[in-house]
Structures are given as structure tokens and as C-alpha cells.
Design a protein around this ligand. Structure first.
Ligand code: GLA
Length: 390
């Protein structure tokens, strides 16, 4: 799908050309999982897959949402506010529109056509992509002058308050700020960030979708968020800290006795060690040492599996296979987990072999196939140029 295909789709539904076409990517997180909501450092990059939006104002005082991924049109009258309606895809754009209205912005009726090539609900931030896309487009259409950083923060607020998931800032930040061939090192406490070179040389970044349905993922995610809150409360009895990631491994060892629940102890071990691994991963990337970076990816997966318990047999099967494959130097689950995707660094010229061997291994163990594809990093949200009508 490209801008011109979006124009054709929009024109056949709304009988005129769209005024604008926007694109927002998805993301993978290279390392630093489940620590954004603990004030940690994360390392995502935007990818070339994402969501498109063709949009025009209308004079009908109606918001028309159409998605090619969930072929349906939803029409709502312009109102002062909206609330969540069931578990449908359009709650994400609707939540963002609601937030823009709550902040005093004025909008008109809109015809919107969404289309994404990201697997949905697979841990590649399809929801952050559509959220950021909507606010970025309306910001441009109505001259709202909202900064990109504030659009990311608004996305987080919508996830937390409108959708009801206590997620951190990583996904929205990554899809706003992404840059081709760069990873973003983001401090989720201060929102300071730097771009790191992500040049993979003779390797490519492969995404493996386990195709496991992430049922109950939102409630399990909220459970982890709550558990971290309990760990922090216990440690705060002796430590003057704001976030779990303010604590280093040695300080944690000294105060570990304050946590009397073995499950909470494991959660803390993951969060604090993962934050440390991100620091090491940064050094590895800066030194162009992909082999060390890969080892950290495996270590991160192990921690998410054993201590944070957000992996599962499908993602573990993928990573297990990767460990036995000589030309794969690192792999891990990416995103929230409980299904979804893993990422792996695989030698470019071995991709076809990796693809077929992993597919049969996985199918034999799990009973269905994964989707395996080479991925490219990409830029953050943007307006796409379209060819003028002649
Ligand atoms: C989801 C959330 C993010 C982050 C990851 C786990 O993608 O939206 O904020 O917590 O899970 O790292």
C-alpha cells in the first residue's frame, strides 16, 4: 500500500480525493522490556511497516471512520466528548480525538480511511501507531501546534485513561521519533533521548510473529504494573527512590530482604537487571559490537521468561530455536509479550534457510506456522506526498 493506493481507496468510498495522507510506523523494542513504566531506559526503533490514514474534512458534522483491516464504517455525530465503546479498533483514534477535544481544540466533521500493514495486536505497537497517526493528522489539519513529544504523551494518556491499560511511554515515543537505521535510547523518567547507530552489517533484523492470540494480555499487563508498584512500596521503606529503575543491582541486593513475596522478588530482579542490560547494550552498539548486543538480547529474554513471566511456550520455542542456529546471534520477545512477536539478528545470506528451518521446528512443536519476515527500521510519523490531480 502506498499514498496513491490510499487515494484510490478513499475516493471509491467517499467519492472525492482525500486532502492529506499520513503514515505512522510500528516499532520493535531492541531491549529494555517492561521497564518504561518503571522509569527505566528502553531502546526501540520504528519499523517500515505501519498505518496509513487518508483524511478530509466534511461539512456533515460527522466523524466517519473506515478501516480496510476491519472492513466497517462507523459514523458518529460531532460531540464535545466521547467514551470507549466496546473493544473495537476505532477506540484508539476516538480516544485521541476525545483527548484533543478535552484540551480545548476545535475540529470539524472528518472522513477517515485507515489501513495498516502491521500485524494487529502482535506486539509491534499497532495501537500506538493509529493513536499517534490520528493526533498528528488532526494537529496538521486544524493547526493545533501540538509538539510531537506532547502527541506521544497524549497517546500514553489515552492508553491509560480511555483504553484502560497502564502502559508506559515507549511505544508512542518510538513511533513519533523513529529514524531510519537508528535505535532510540529513551530515558522514560526524564524523556531525554539519543539516537544510537543501528547498523547491522552482514546481519538483518528478523521479526517472528508467533501468531499466538494475546488473550487477556491487557489484564496481565496491568497485573505486572501493579506488582511493580508493590515492590517499589516495599523498597521505599529504606530507599529514597521514585522509580524501581532508580535502584542499581548492588543496592537491590542489599535491600532485597524488604520484599517478602518470592513472586515480587522475581519481578524486581527482571526490572533492575533489564535496566542494567540496556546500559550494556548501548555500549555494545556504540562499539559496533553486535555479538555482545545479541548475547544481551538472549539474556533479556531469559529474564522475561523466568522472572517477569510474560513470555510463553510459543515465544520460548522461537528463541530456543534461535539459540541452536549458528547464524543467529541474538533473539528475544519484543513488546508486552504473552504472545506476539520475537526479534532475531540473523545473517543476511542465511535468511531463507533460517525461515524454513524455524517454520518447520515451530509448526512441529506448536501446531501452526509463525510468520517470519526481514524488517527494516524506518522514520517516525509523517505526511506523505501525493501526486496532484492533473
Ligand atoms: C507494551 C506497552 C509499553 C511497554 C511494553 C513492554 O508495548 O505499551 O509501554 O511497557 O509493552 O516493554
Amino acid at each position: 500500500m502506498d499514498a496513491n493506493a490510499m487515494i484510490n481507496e478513499f475516493s471509491s468510498r467517499f467519492e472525492r480525493r482525500p486532502e492529506h495522507i499520513f503514515f505512522c510506523p510500528g516499532r520493535v523494542n531492541l531491549i529494555g522490556e517492561h521497564i518504561d513504566y518503571n522509569g527505566g531506559k528502553v531502546m526501540p526503533c520504528a519499523i517500515s511497516l505501519g498505518t496509513y490514514l487518508a483524511i478530509s474534512k466534511n461539512k456533515d458534522k460527522l466523524l466517519r471512520f473506515h478501516s480496510l483491516n476491519f472492513p466497517e464504517t462507523i459514523e458518529l455525530h460531532l460531540q464535545e466528548s466521547y467514551s470507549k465503546t466496546g473493544k473495537t479498533w476505532f477506540n484508539y483514534p476516538l480516544g485521541m480525538i476525545n483527548e484533543l477535544l478535552q484540551e480545548g481544540n476545535m475540529i470539524s466533521g472528518l472522513d477517515m480511511l485507515f489501513n495498516g500493514n502491521l500485524p494487529i495486536g502482535a506486539g509491534l505497537s499497532s495501537s500506538a501507531s493509529i493513536e499517534v497517526l490520528t493526533a498528528f493528522a488532526l494537529n496538521q489539519l486544524f493547526g493545533m501546534k501540538i509538539s510531537n513529544k506532547d502527541i506521544a504523551l497524549m497517546g500514553k494518556k489515552v492508553e491509560n485513561e480511555f483504553i484502560g491499560v497502564n502502559s508506559g511511554i515507549m511505544d508512542q515515543f518510538a513511533v513519533v521519533m523513529g529514524k531510519k537505521n537508528k535505535a532510540i535510547l529513551l530515558d522514560c523518567d526524564t524523556l531525554e533521548y539519543e539516537y544510537l547507530p543501528f547498523e547491522t552489517g552482514e546481519y538483518i533484523l528478523v521479526i517472528i510473529n508467533s501468531n499466538k492470540q494475546r488473550r487477556l494480555a491487557d489484564s496481565k499487563y496491568n497485573d505486572r504494573f501493579a506488582e511493580c508498584g508493590r515492590v517499589l512500596k516495599a523498597l521505599k521503606k529504606k530507599l529514597n527512590v521514585t522509580h524501581l529503575c532508580d535502584i542499581d543491582l548492588n543496592t537491590f541486593e542489599e535491600h532485597r530482604h524488604l520484599i517478602d513475596d518470592p513472586v515480587l522478588d522475581k519481578r524486581a530482579l527482571h526490572v533492575i537487571s533489564e535496566n542494567f542490560r540496556v546500559g550494556e547494550a548501548k555500549d555494545a552498539l556504540k562499539a559496533n559490537d553486535l555479538a555482545s548486543f545479541g548475547k544481551l538480547m538472549y539474556a533479556s529474554h531469559q529474564s522475561l521468561k523466568d522472572w517477569y513471566e510474560v513470555s510463553g511456550k510459543e515465544l520460548d520455542t522461537i528463541v530456543e530455536f534461535c539459540k541452536t542456529y549458528e547464524d543467529c546471534i541474538g533473539a528475544r520477545m519484543t513488546g508486552a509479550g504473552f504472545g506476539g512477536c520475537a526479534i532475531a539478528l540473523v545473517k543476511k545470506n542465511k535468511f531463507d534457510d533460517f525461515f524454513s528451518k524455524l517454520t518447520s521446528y515451530y509448526e512441529e512443536k506448536i501446531g501452526y506456522k509463525p510468520d517470519v519476515f526481514a524488517s527494516e527500521t524506518g522514520d517516525g510519523v509523517k505526511e506523505l506526498k501525493t501526486t496532484p490531480v492533473t
